[in-house]
Design a binder for this molecule. Sequence first.
Ligand SMILES: [Zn+2]
Ligand SMILES: [Zn+2]
Length: 286
Amino acid sequence: MENEMSYGKDYKYVPSTSVASGNGIELLPDIYTHTIQIVNICLVGDPKTEDFVLIDAGMPLSADKIISVVEKRFGPNSRPKAIILTHGHFDHVGAIIELIEHWKIPVYAHELEIPYLTGEMKYPEPDPSVEGGLIAKMSALFPNEPINLGGQVEKLPENGEVPFMADFKWLHTPGHTPGHVSLFRESDRSLIVGDAFVTVKQESLYSVLTQEQEISGPPRYLTPDWETSWESVKLLEELHPSIAVTGHGLPMSGEELSNNLKNLVANFDQIAIPDHGKYISEKPKH
Ligand SMILES: [Zn+2]
Ligand SMILES: [Zn+2]
């Protein structure tokens, strides 16, 4: 099985890093997020137990870093029960093959994302023409050839349950990618967003470097379907999350989160959707 796995042929280290890189934040006793260069991984589970999962798998060549973050929080030789993927972009699966080989654990993703994780389908090319800044312009250099996890990736159960995350349900939040999911825990309204919305202007090098907090739609250069992205943000806003961990940017909570989300839903065409770009034909209006 293992030797079936391969990264895309343009897989490489991406030299972008934010001030938050290397920082970890414990949001709740069982929710911890850590920034790997420009993307966040999340560990869900009580550090006093061995019951935990890893959400997303960081940047290319970050496996040693991720393993040390896990061992620091859960103890030497600890391993998650599974890796849950919000989606399959390079910055969310960057270290996954080494992690699977090291931990020998299952990986779960939405059924519609699996073709992109098994080498059958390729995401649309990033769009460096969207306005927003240098990261958007650099996005043409990001790895985009499909990863192949072979038989190592399984689909999330259809009933909405998340394996090894008893209190969480997955929600289909497409637009950024076809099989994008977010994870929600009703009891305390914790939301793990993925890239359905983010709290930093991911297109802008300045914002990414400084992690200046600002609610934003999904990263512009990698989002092909804006109408569907808007619907997904509405769905998430209607959950009234109390805390949100996003794939990029610092976590947001409380009134700041609810006000920002309301604003994003009401003004998604202004805040999120680029004025021009190759995935914009006519700007949707609501
Ligand atoms: Zn993404
Ligand atoms: Zn991302």
